[in-house]
Every structure is written in structure tokens, then in C-alpha cells.
Design a protein around this ligand. Structure first.
Ligand SMILES: *[C@@H]1O[C@H](CO)[C@@H](O)[C@H](O)[C@H]1NC(C)=O
Ligand SMILES: *[C@@H]1O[C@H](CO)[C@@H](O)[C@H](O)[C@H]1NC(C)=O
Ligand SMILES: *[C@@H]1O[C@H](CO)[C@@H](O)[C@H](O)[C@H]1NC(C)=O
Ligand SMILES: *[C@@H]1O[C@H](CO)[C@@H](O)[C@H](O)[C@H]1NC(C)=O
Ligand SMILES: *[C@@H]1O[C@H](CO)[C@@H](O)[C@H](O)[C@H]1NC(C)=O
Ligand SMILES: *[C@@H]1O[C@H](CO)[C@@H](O)[C@H](O)[C@H]1NC(C)=O
Ligand SMILES: [Cu+2]
Length: 391
């Protein structure tokens, strides 16, 4: 795993003096104020942090014209109307039918524009996952995906996210995974699925036991989806190996999932809330988010990935090949933002392991190259191209 532990010095946070906002405080006006999901503690913390964040933005030299009021609002899946969910799904299927930008002679497994994103996650694994890059590079990656859905497939909304806590008790029966045509596809059929074994760790803590799926997703809009790239990491015993050693060959197969309650039991909002409120510096925040599987602490990041599991969702390299990936990493991005807002004066410009100021990430066919330090602010980062919040 590239997601390794962090050994750099701690960033000591100074208590910051917070100014009071001068105008009417900004409000998220979420649809979920009430049915079907009441606001959870993390939602309330987010709302309560806005005034402080707004004051910080007001003092900031430049946000390239982006403000909380003008920012795009990324919504939770359950807060979208059925029509909005269907529009999103249509755009994803559209992306899966557009020609790729990557060179298919070099990368024969890339069958469509969606696969450009999967390929990028595979070839740019270090750019996306080295310790200082995980948060900013995924922020750029999700933004580029949202942009492609909008600009190349006419989607008029923004990337939805998955508030894990809402589905923790029974993910397979949530509006995200229930398998109807306005969900992101159903569970996999029951299969001889071994559960999750991570590399390098020993029993009993290296396993999330199988739930009732593991086979091909047979219901919903992605039941005909063909996965082509990978696998690269070790996933399941019976997935045909990629014809190329590097995993970039054409390996057509169904989308498989094991929507897993053992993994999702570690995704109740209390885990997210304590992660945000207890981590005092960015190294600790990232470390706690990634968990310590060797101590049976999966962390919300891995628990989310393994609530999906299967193939390619269970493969570290190819996981964006399951269209639910973007919802999960959207939530990771969201809680990083909420963590940042708790003390914006000290938290908006810090990265784990403090890379050099000229450090960059390059997402090739999906987003190109960007300075890592310019990816930390969703309000005005990436040269002003970032202008969004989570509601
Ligand atoms: C703030 O912005 C102004 C105008 O763009 C610029 O001249 C100035 O150098 C900036 N100050 C800082 C501290 O970045
Ligand atoms: C694609 O890659 C092949 C093999 O490396 C190369 O010969 C070809 O020129 C490339 N095509 C384009 C359009 O770059
Ligand atoms: C799909 O599931 C959602 C959430 O449970 C529900 O609101 C919607 O009515 C369902 N649609 C159909 C066609 O069953
Ligand atoms: C799957 O493919 C079959 C056969 O081509 C088609 O009839 C069906 O509508 C497709 N289902 C979905 C959800 O795209
Ligand atoms: C979090 O909440 C769940 C569900 O209510 C509960 O089972 C679990 O023990 C709680 N965990 C912690 C660490 O508070
Ligand atoms: C992808 O990014 C790397 C790192 O910057 C660069 O060396 C490589 O040339 C890029 N490849 C493509 C196809 O853009
Ligand atoms: Cu990733």
C-alpha cells in the first residue's frame, strides 16, 4: 500500500482569533433539514463552521472571485431528487460511451473516456496517493471528473457525495445501492467471495468478512457495465488476470460488489465526527482517516472502499472503475474541508509531510499538472478553477 504511515513532525496549531462576519451568515439550506435524514453531528458542525470560514475568506487576498454564495453546491445523493439522480446517471453512462483521450495502442484496456480516469488512477498512483498528495490530488481528480460530466456529457448538476453515516446500518437497501434505476446500481449477486484481505497483515485483523454479495451487479443502471482495466492489486481469487503485466490491457468483465455491513458498521457518523474534532493537525487527520488495519482500526477511508469491495472497487489501483468511487472520495474531500474550517487560519495551507512549494501532481489525461499547494482551497484553489462547497 502506498498509504503509509506518517513520520514527519507535527504542526502545532496556535489558537486563532476569529473575526465575526459582517453580513448575514451564509446558510447551506440543505434539503435534508428533516425527512428522510435529519442533520447528523457532522452536518451540524459543518453548518456551525461557516461563519468562521466566511470571516477567513473575507480576509484572504484572493479567491479569484469565488465566494460561499457563488460556489457550486455538491449535494448528498439522498438529497437529490429522483430526476437529478437520473440526470447524473445518464452523464456517467455518456462518459462511458465517449472515446478516450489516452492512446489505445499504448493502453489497450482503455475503452472510453471514463476509462481515462481509471487509467489515470493506475498510472498516477504515486501522484494521487503519496502521503502529502492524497487529499489535494483527489480533490483535483474529482473536480476533473465533475467537469467532464458537465462539459462532455451535458450534466447540469455537481458531483454528489455519499454521507456514509446515512447508509451505515444497511447500505444495500439505501437509495445509493438499492439497485433501482435511480440508484448507483445494486449489490453483486451472491458469490463465493472471500471478503477483504489486505496485503501485509496477518489474521484475524486482515479480513473484513464477506456479506451477501461479491458477484456481478445485476440490477440498476450499471448492470451492463463492462470493466476493462486491471486488476492490478490483488482483489479476488477468481477475477481473470489482466493480459498485460502492468494491468493496462483489455480485460472485459462485469462490475462486482459486496455491499458490506461489516465495513459500513465503521461508518456511522460518530466515527466521522470524532475524526474531524479530535485530529489536531493534518498529519494526524490523514493518519486517523486511513486507520491502522494492523490494530483492527480500518478508518473511514478504507471502510468506505470495503463497503463497496468487489472488482474493481476492492482494487487499490483500479477502484475508480466502480462509479461509486467518486461519491466516497467526495465525502473524504468534504470532511477534509470541514476539518479545515475548524481553524482556517492554520489549516487551509498545510499538507502532511510539508512538501516543497514547487511540488506538483500530474493527472495526465484527466486534469494535467497542478501545483499541490494550489489545491488546498475549494474556494478559489487551482488557479480559481475550484469553486465549490458541500451542502
Ligand atoms: C494581494 O493582492 C494584491 C493585488 O493582486 C497584490 O499586489 C499583493 O501582493 C497581494 N498580497 C499578498 C500578501 O499576497
Ligand atoms: C500511440 O502509441 C503508439 C505506440 O507507442 C505510437 O506509435 C503512436 O504514434 C501513438 N499515437 C498517437 C496518436 O500519439
Ligand atoms: C428507487 O429508490 C428510491 C429510494 O429508495 C425511491 O425513492 C424510488 O421511488 C425508487 N424508484 C423506483 C422506480 O422504485
Ligand atoms: C442491458 O443490455 C440489454 C441487452 O443489450 C438491454 O436490453 C438492457 O436494456 C440493458 N440494461 C441497462 C440497464 O442498460
Ligand atoms: C458509533 O455508533 C454506533 C452506532 O450507533 C455504535 O454501535 C458504536 O459503538 C459507536 N462507536 C463509537 C466509537 O462511539
Ligand atoms: C503523465 O504525468 C507524468 C508526470 O508529470 C509525465 O511524466 C508524463 O509524461 C505524463 N504522461 C502523459 C501521457 O501525459
Ligand atoms: Cu485513490
Amino acid at each position: 500500500m502506498l498509504l503509509t504511515h506518517i513520520s514527519s513532525g507535527l504542526v502545532i496549531l496556535a489558537a486563532s482569533v476569529v473575526g465575526s462576519p459582517t453580513s448575514t451568515p451564509f446558510s447551506l439550506n440543505r434539503r435534508s433539514d428533516g425527512f428522510p435524514y435529519p442533520l447528523d453531528d457532522t452536518d451540524k458542525l459543518e453548518e456551525a463552521s461557516l461563519a468562521k470560514f466566511e470571516a477567513y475568506l473575507a480576509k484572504k487576498n484572493s479567491t479569484h472571485g469565488c465566494t460561499l454564495q457563488t460556489a457550486a453546491k455538491r449535494q448528498e445523493w439522498h438529497d437529490l431528487s429522483i430526476a437529478q439522480r437520473e440526470e447524473y446517471i445518464r452523464a456517467v453512462i455518456c462518459l462511458q460511451s465517449k472515446p478516450p483521450k489516452a492512446n489505445q495502442t499504448q493502453y489497450p484496456g482503455v475503452m472510453n473516456r471514463y476509462d481515462d480516469f481509471v487509467l489515470t488512477h493506475e498510472t498516477q498512483a504515486m501522484h494521487l496517493h503519496s502521503t502529502p498528495h492524497l487529499f489535494p490530488a483527489h480533490r483535483l481528480y474529482i473536480w476533473a471528473y465533475e467537469k467532464a460530466l458537465r462539459e462532455e456529457c451535458g450534466y447540469t448538476g455537481y458531483q454528489p457525495y455519499w454521507n456514509w453515516g446515512r447508509t451505515a446500518a444497511d447500505p444495500a437497501n439505501s437509495a445509493l445501492f438499492n439497485g433501482n434505476m435511480s440508484s448507483m446500481g445494486g449489490n453483486g449477486v451472491k458469490a463465493d467471495y472471500p471478503g477483504v484481505m489486505t496485503m501485509g497483515f496477518k489474521k484475524p485483523y486482515d479480513i473484513i468478512p464477506p456479506d451477501v454479495g461479491g458477484g456481478c451487479v445485476h440490477e440498476g443502471p450499471f448492470k451492463n457495465m463492462t470493466v476493462s482495466l486491471g486488476p492490478i492489486g490483488k482483489v479476488l481469487t477468481d477475477i481473470p488476470p489482466n493480459p498485460r503485466a502492468d494491468g493496462y490491457g483489455h480485460n472485459p468483465r462485469c462490475l462486482r460488489r459486496d455491499v458490506n455491513r461489516y465495513a459500513s458498521a465503521m461508518l456511522y457518523d460518530n466515527y466521522t465526527y470524532s475524526l474531524i474534532t479530535e485530529a489536531k493537525d493534518v498529519d494526524m487527520f490523514q493518519k486517523n482517516m486511513l486507520g491502522m488495519p494492523e490494530k483492527n482500526d480500518w478508518g473511514v477511508h478504507m471502510s468506505g472502499h470495503y463497503t463497496i469491495g468487489g472488482d474493481p472497487g476492492g482494487d487499490f489501483y483500479s477502484s475508480p472503475g466502480d462509479p461509486i468511487f467518486w461519491f466516497h472520495h467526495g465525502m473524504v474531500d468534504r470532511i477534509w474541508w470541514i476539518w479545515q474550517m475548524q481553524d482556517p487560519e492554520t489549516r487551509m495551507d498545510v499538507l502532511p509531510e510539508k512538501p516543497a512549494r514547487d511540488d506538483f501532481v500530474d493527472l495526465n489525461w484527466t486534469a494535467g499538472r497542478a501545483n499541490t499547494w494550489d489545491l488546498l482551497d475549494s474556494i478559489g484553489g487551482n488557479g480559481g478553477d475550484f469553486c465549490y462547497i458541500y451542502v
